[in-house]
Design a protein around this ligand. Structure first.
Ligand SMILES: Cc1cc2nc3c(=O)[nH]c(=O)nc-3n(C[C@H](O)[C@H](O)[C@H](O)COP(=O)(O)OP(=O)(O)OC[C@H]3O[C@@H](n4cnc5c(N)ncnc54)[C@H](O)[C@@H]3O)c2cc1C
Length: 373
């Protein structure tokens, strides 16, 4: 598994994907119309030193990791860089404090550790754009970070990349109760969005264990699934639009709120699940379903895995339109929970089961839902 780690690579990946997607089309409208994009791609071609040395910094998860070297073509931070960022963002948003850097250099699982000397906290898309424009001009590598709850090490630096975190961009921009469309900044914590929507009578189409820390920008960048995927599908189905800043500072405005938009290439999908490799997501528009009144939960035990599969098939067939979650855990996971959390008990009789299933249904008609159960 590897992750691209260079400002120039962000642009190069996007360019090659766009070229692949558009090569058969005679009119390369997107790039022609976005002149700034085109010029940024030219910059890569001009940046010979990076091109010649194959400027990819990637993470290896095997014993080969010792072979990964920092690419010397990337600059290291100097005092002029720090002064520039302080002038742009103010002292408080330029973090060099060792304790805070220790936290943001270490991933959630404490498996990966970087050695970044700088965390930047922009408050607007324009600030993100200026940071990336500057880093690009100085050949400084960048890693976007959200709530740092990712489990694959993508949110922490491999070496000394500048960490850019949009946690200060946490405004809800609009919510339309008729369509259920929420537009917000990428630094909004998932749980805050869930609470906001709850007051409006809506829910987020995704819910996961890290909701108290993860950001919607991070969710989009990891194409996070979670408990409600079985009902509402992945973020490819629910995200209607995005705003993102490319490595050269160009802002891509794809922040549509139209559900059925068939006006050409749907570039936002490239960013969903791209783990920050194409740019920094700054705004998200997302379709949210209404909160339904009847919620029922069942907890079941199975002795073997094939019984779990049969149960899933039955649940899909018999609870079709109201099935909202189907979660599976084995004995080991159950024992871990029982030992680690005070007051948690297994609701089933203490006999030994190999697997457990949690089924949730959500619907609008209490009696009908109970009847199906
Ligand atoms: C307890 C727990 C439960 C979890 N449950 C699930 C689950 O049920 N389903 C599931 O799919 N995942 C789950 N995850 C992992 C999940 O991917 C992350 O929790 C979440 O989506 C990442 O969001 P984050 O803001 O923490 O991003 P980070 O961890 O900070 O970053 C993740 C990746 O996205 C990039 N990134 C972050 N923000 C941006 C941005 N604004 N623009 C561009 N790139 C960005 C980073 O560079 C990195 O590559 C779980 C994790 C934990 C700790």
């Amino acid at each position: 598994m590897e992750k691209w780690r260079a400002t120039s690579n962000l642009r190069r990946s996007l360019k090659s994907i766009l070229n692949r997607q558009l090569s058969s089309v005679s009119e390369f409208r997107y790039l022609n119309e976005k002149r700034s994009c085109q010029s940024s791609f030219n910059l890569i071609r001009d940046c010979k030193s990076l091109g010649q040395v194959n400027a990819i910094q990637h993470r290896c998860f095997s014993s080969a990791s010792t072979l990964v070297q920092r690419n010397p073509s990337f600059s290291t931070l100097n005092s002029d860089d720090i002064s520039y960022f302080k002038g742009l963002l103010g002292e408080k948003s330029v973090i060099q404090d060792e304790d805070r850097l220790e936290t943001v250099n270490t991933d959630w699982m404490h498996k990966y550790k970087g050695s970044s000397k700088l965390l930047l906290l922009p408050r607007s898309t324009e600030e993100v754009a200026q940071i990336l424009r500057y880093c690009n001009s100085r050949c400084l590598a960048v890693v976007p970070q959200g709530g740092n709850t990712g489990l694959v090490g993508g949110s922490v630096p491999v070496f000394d990349e500048v960490i850019v975190n949009v946690s200060s961009m946490k405004n809800i921009i609009s919510f339309d109760k008729v369509s259920g469309i929420l537009v917000c900044e990428a630094g909004c914590i998932l749980e805050n969005l869930i609470s906001f929507l709850d007051n409006q009578g809506f829910i987020m189409p995704l819910d996961l264990g890290a909701k108290g820390s993860c950001q919607i920008g991070g969710n989009v960048s990891t194409n996070a699934g979670g408990l409600r995927l079985v009902r509402y599908g992945s973020l490819h189905e629910n995200v209607l639009g995005l705003e993102a800043v490319l490595a050269n500072g160009d802002v891509l405005d794809m922040l549509g709120t139209l559900r059925k938009d068939n006006t050409g290439y749907d570039l936002k999908h490239l960013f969903i699940g791209s783990e920050g490799s194409l740019g920094i997501v700054t705004k998200v528009s997302i379709l949210t379903p209404p909160k339904l009144s009847s919620v029922n939960i069942a907890f079941l035990a199975c002795n073997d895995y094939s019984s779990c599969q049969k149960l899933l098939m039955e649940a899909k067939r018999k609870l079709g339109e109201i099935l909202s979650a189907f979660e599976f855990l084995d004995t080991e996971a159950m024992n871990l929970v029982l030992h680690q959390f005070d007051g948690v008990r297994n609701p089933l009789p203490a006999s030994m089961h190999n697997f457990y299933i949690l089924i949730e249904t959500t619907g609008s008609d209490e009696s009908y839902n109970r009847y199906l159960y």
